[in-house]
Design a protein around this ligand. Structure first.
Ligand code: ATP
Length: 465
């Protein structure tokens, strides 16, 4: 069941508290594009850092990369995107809204995964005859046939005209892994790595999505965090299982309960793939389990295609075994914005306290945008303000902190709860005497007196970054 209410509350909180804004709002907005405000940018950075830490910093077998968004247009011909990266769409002739034909079929228990458009139309027509389909928006049965719709976003470079032509067309990358394949050789040559090893990168991707109405779940501009692990095919099974396990654990480590996670096994695979699983998260605001990450065993398709189209030899020579081969790839691919939504959906909590409702984002503490808020008990007492500022100035060196002296303490706590700040530190009159402050915990709302001198140490114990 979709918790419509929860979705509305999350969208409203995200806007009101500066997490997510609709793009170009003063011009009426731009469909399926969003901007991230102060707290949104901080939360996104923390999720990004948590991924990078596990995927690069803690591993000696993974190399980082930051490749360009624009790539040689042949990249996307070689990868099959120019010919095949399409979704089937159906239009309503009455209200002009657009729907995904494959999603309509899925609702009737028919999988359209990797099926040709002829199959899709055959199935749609059957449902039409049985009077089982209608427009999801206005209920009209006056629908078009399904047509394929390219997801590739085109642009032009280096041309004096604004028109797109065969010579100047470039694509905004639809996924970040293309840049990894093209830099495979540069990485082997410059980093002198031995198989198995991975290349990881985080960056923007663009897709001309037909249906994009689920807040930041599916947008036309988004960020991906992808890692391609290059290996000898004989160890694919072992490493594929290793990555499945490691990625699953990552979610648990950052506070997602295992009951809200699920493995979805793809039965219909691309011809080059041997296994594909998605990690799904149970979005209460979207009504059920939805994909957040894909983990795929991709064979040697990618490097073989780029080798063929570029004419550059991308084989790997194993000196010990004196064997030459094109490496196979195990891939982990996740959307940063989708994870952002997942963490907010999971953290969003409403608690009844007396007659009031407390809204609190119970993020894993390390992901919280602001780690510590520092308050003087009263705004008009210079000695309290000065002491609170001094504490804020020293804590902010290591943690993202906020100073707030506006309104009564209760209101300040509520504001910090709404953005998920784990600790609030208050300087009161006693602090000037006993050199202690009150620390209030976001989740338990318990308060504790701690010596100002020991604050840094206290925080170090609770917060990793
Ligand atoms: P979906 O089935 O949801 O369209 P996909 O299978 O096309 O996703 P992949 O190409 O495997 O997705 O991309 C990997 C990850 O990138 C997805 O699991 C998702 O987290 C993210 N992602 C893909 N498309 C979008 C999008 N339009 N907006 C936000 N995130 C996206």
């Amino acid at each position: 069941m979709i918790e419509q209410n929860k979705m509305e509350k999350i969208v409203s909180l995200c806007k009101r508290r500066g997490f997510v804004f609709p793009s170009s709002e003063i011009y009426g907005g731009l469909a399926a594009i969003y901007d991230y405000g102060h707290y949104g940018a901080l939360l996104k950075n923390n999720i990004r850092d948590a991924w990078w830490k596990h995927m690069v910093q803690l591993r000696s077998d993974i190399i980082g990369l930051d490749s360009a968004i624009f790539m040689h247009p042949t990249t996307w011909i070689a990868s099959g995107h120019v010919g095949n990266f399409m979704d089937p769409q159906i239009d309503c002739r009455k209200c002009k809204n657009r729907m995904r034909a494959d999603h309509i079929l899925e609702e009737h228990g028919i999988s359209a995964d990797k099926q040709p458009i002829e199959f899709i139309n055959e199935q749609i027509n059957k449902l039409r005859e049985e009077k089982k389909i209608k427009c999801q928006f206005c209920g009209s049965t006056d629908l078009t046939q399904a047509r394929v719709f390219s997801l590739m976003v085109k642009s032009n470079l280096g041309s004096p005209t604004e028109e797109l032509s065969e010579e100047n067309v470039v694509y905004l990358r639809p996924e970040t892994c293309g840049g990894i394949y093209l830099n495979y050789k540069n990485t082997v040559d410059s980093m002198r790595v031995k198989l198995p090893f991975g290349i990881a990168q985080i960056g923007k991707a663009f897709r001309n999505e037909i249906v994009a109405r689920q807040f930041i779940f599916r947008t036309r501009e988004f960020e991906q965090m992808e890692m391609q692990y290059f290996l000898h095919p004989s160890i694919m099974k072992e490493k594929y299982e290793m990555w499945k396990e490691l990625r699953w654990k990552w979610y648990l480590e950052y506070g997602i309960p295992k009951e809200k996670l699920n493995w979805y096994k793809h039965e219909k695979l691309a011809h080059y793939a041997s296994e594909a699983y998605d990690i799904e998260y149970k979005f209460e605001s979207l009504g059920g389990f939805k994909e957040v990450e894909g983990i795929h065993a991709r064979g040697d398709w990618d490097l073989s295609q780029h080798s063929k189209f570029s004419g550059i030899d991308l084989t790997y020579f194993d000196q010990e075994k004196e064997e030459k081969f094109i490496p196979h790839i195990a891939e982990t691919s996740v959307g940063l914005n989708r994870l952002f939504f997942m963490f907010i959906d999971n953290a969003f909590t409403e608690e009844k306290i007396d007659d009031e409702t407390r809204t609190v984002l119970k993020f894993n503490k390390n992901l919280a945008p602001i780690k510590i808020a520092v308050f003087p008990l009263l705004k008009n007492k210079p000695e309290l303000v000065a002491k609170a500022k001094e504490i804020y100035d020293s804590l902010k060196i290591n943690y993202m902190c906020e100073f707030d002296d506006n309104g009564n303490i209760g209101k300040r706590y509520r504001r910090q709860d709404e953005i998920g700040t784990p600790y609030c530190v208050t300087v009161d009159f006693d602090s000037l005497e006993d050199k202690k402050v009150t620390i209030r915990d976001r989740d338990t709302m318990q308060q504790e007196r701690v010596e100002i001198e020991k604050l840094e140490e206290w925080m170090k114990d609770k917060l990793a970054f």
